[in-house]
Design a protein around this ligand. Structure first.
Ligand code: AMP
Length: 107
């Protein structure tokens, strides 16, 4: 099991932000911004490229709920999904990084 699957299974702790039947959001352990939360599906999906459209649509709606819960929906935020080796993906389980809470630098 990868680290996110262990979190979903309750075998590893996380700082939970929001959860519903299909998705989970928790704080990134190594934050790159004042707010850095990860949103993941509970079902096993390797990455954005292999995800079905229904999962991506559901996860997108969930990200917007998370942004509201974090109070950053009006100030703005950034959503990133790293895909595969060139994308710099470390954990092989689909996730959206939600970054905000401050003015983010360019890239
Ligand atoms: P990526 O490079 O897109 O696969 O991002 C993986 C992210 O997962 C990184 O930002 C890590 O800091 C984060 N991460 C790894 N292990 C944990 C953990 N146990 N709890 C929370 N975040 C984690």
């Amino acid at each position: 099991m990868n680290v996110f699957e262990k979190i979903i299974a309750g075998e590893l702790p996380c700082k939970k932000v929001l959860e519903n039947e299909h998705f989970l959001a928790f704080e990134d352990i190594n934050p790159k911004a004042r707010v850095h939360v990860l949103a993941i599906p509970k079902k096993s999906v390797k990455d954005f490229q292999s995800a079905d459209s229904e999962t991506l649509a559901g996860l997108s709606g969930f990200v917007k709920e998370v942004a509201k819960k974090l109070g950053i929906e009006k100030s703005g935020y950034r959503v990133i999904s790293n895909i595969g080796a060139d994308g710099g993906q470390e954990v092989p389980h689909l996730h959206f990084h939600i970054l905000g809470g401050e003015k983010l630098g360019g890239f």
